[in-house]
Design a protein around this ligand. Structure first.
Ligand code: FUB
Length: 448
């Protein structure tokens, strides 16, 4: 009994120890995360990402992907995320070369009360061909403990496994190796039930990888990163059946404007809303093999087409007014007088700040839940060398003023508390604006 409850006790402990993450993008700011596979199990969202670490001499290949293990994260509201810790590591999978640091993009699926975690890696024994193989680890809970199978799946050579269970109960495994491949899985979820097929009718020029299959209203969506130009963008094709033939339909997300070479995603419905989980190198702008997972809403057109997703920093969900509101994960930023910067470029995990240069600078953060009970004060973490006045409003340029805060000059960060001049119950956008000509930096805002 205690063993069954252990994952929940551990997740509670993780929460107490401060492993909870935030709602904004990137979703996880305590480590690098990539290749998010999101699943809804028992009303909770679980994300199984890759875990990028920095290679050092003797540990992985410097300048390349370096991944030794997998964590799982979960959330009941897409806002508060819990890190449940390591679930599979390269040192404890019998078939994986333990110093290969190649635990690339995984997936996880539930069947008959078990959780099947699929992951690619480099095998110890390469007599069966060079390159990556795909293995499975099985657990009784989404958070593990996961027990790896002794051998990789026979007949699968490649990376980026993705599993789909059709309405008739047939399971399929998709993976990539330059092109995309698929095969039926046996009911035991551990072996292929059909010979692999190459998924044709897709673009033949440019790498394709990271397949993610889902079904909606009888349409099977094969979604995948593809290098159509120089870097990956997310595309999709549809079919009336899981193995095709497919019709290429379009682009889900354009290439990253800042040049992150990979993108890798999953698409999940949670409480009647569809979501796109994907990644970007937010916490490592100079090195795109250290990535961070993101989350934005996804919408369908009436004919089933996927509306293109424009990446946001704000992400999804509401932020409670009593939490620290990281306005640098903004919804809108003034075109002049406002920029975002790391708090400490030497340690990006500390997060970002909003720099308001003068009275033209403002930042808007949508979706703050103020609640019903009147809040009385606001605290800002701010820094200004010359002294400045900061105004807080709700609902855009003409919204009611909540507070006008005078920030004394100083070289250090200060937490300044001020009374609220008004209170708006309910959910509102929050605007933070400079009212003086002197520069002021804002780390966060919190109401009480
Ligand atoms: O994370 C390593 C590899 O980069 C993944 O397997 C690919 O999909 C790409 O995201």
């Amino acid at each position: 009994m205690l063993l069954r409850k252990l994952p929940y006790l551990l997740s509670g402990l993780a929460l107490l120890l401060g492993a909870a993450a935030k709602a904004q993008n990137p979703l996880i700011t305590t480590q690098f995360t990539a290749d998010p596979s999101a699943r809804v199990f028992n009303g909770r969202v679980y994300v199984y990402p890759s875990h990028d670490i920095l290679a050092t001499p003797g540990r992985g290949r410097v300048g390349w992907f370096c991944m030794a293990d997998y964590h799982v994260f979960s959330s009941a509201n897409l806002t508060d995320w819990t890190d449940h810790g390591v679930i599979v590591t390269q040192n404890q999978v019998p078939w994986v070369k333990p110093d290969s640091y190649s635990m690339w993009a995984p997936d996880c699926i539930a069947r008959n009360g078990k959780y099947y975690f699929y992951f690619p890696s480099t095998p110890r024994d390469t007599t069966d061909g060079k390159g990556f193989r795909v293995g499975v680890a099985v657990a009784d809970q989404p958070t593990g403990p996961f027990v790896p199978q002794p051998l990789p799946i026979r007949g699968v050579h490649g990376i980026d496994p993705n599993v789909f269970i059709d309405r008739d109960g047939q399971a399929y495994l998709y993976w990539s190796q330059g092109h995309l491949y698929a095969a039926k899985l046996q009911p035991n979820m551990l072996e292929l039930a059909s010979a692999p097929v190459t998924l044709g009718e897709l673009p033949t020029k440019g790498l394709k990888e990271g397949p993610y299959m889902f079904e909606r209203k009888g349409i099977y969506y094969l979604t995948y990163p593809h290098v159509a130009n120089k870097t990956e963008r997310l595309e999709y094709a549809t079919s009336p059946s899981p193995l095709g033939p497919f019709t290429v339909r379009g682009v889900i997300m354009d290439e990253s404007p800042t040049g992150c070479w990979t993108n890798h995603h999953s698409i999940t419905q949670f409480r009647n809303q569809w979501y796109l989980f994907y990644h970007h190198n937010d916490l490592s702008p100079q090195f795109d093999k250290s990535r961070s997972i993101r989350l934005d809403s996804l919408f369908f057109e009436p004919d089933g087409a996927i509306r293109k997703v424009v990446p946001t920093l704000r992400g999804v969900g509401l932020t409670a007014a009593r939490q620290k509101i990281q306005v640098d994960r903004y919804s809108r930023l003034s075109s002049r007088g406002a920029t975002i910067a790391f708090l400490d470029p030497a340690n990006p995990f500390l997060g970002w700040q909003t720099l308001l240069a003068d009275s033209q600078g403002w930042v808007q953060y949508n979706g703050v839940a103020f609640g019903k009970q009147a809040l009385k004060a606001v605290t800002l973490r701010v820094r200004t060398a010359a002294g400045a006045t900061v105004q807080l409003r709700t609902d855009g340029a003409t919204g009611p003023v909540l507070a006008q805060v005078a920030v004394p000059k100083g070289s250090e960060w200060q937490e300044i508390k001020a009374p609220l001049a008004s209170f708006q119950p309910g959910t509102h956008a929050l605007v933070v604006a400079a009212k003086t000509s002197a520069p002021v930096a804002v780390d966060w805002v919190r109401f009480e």
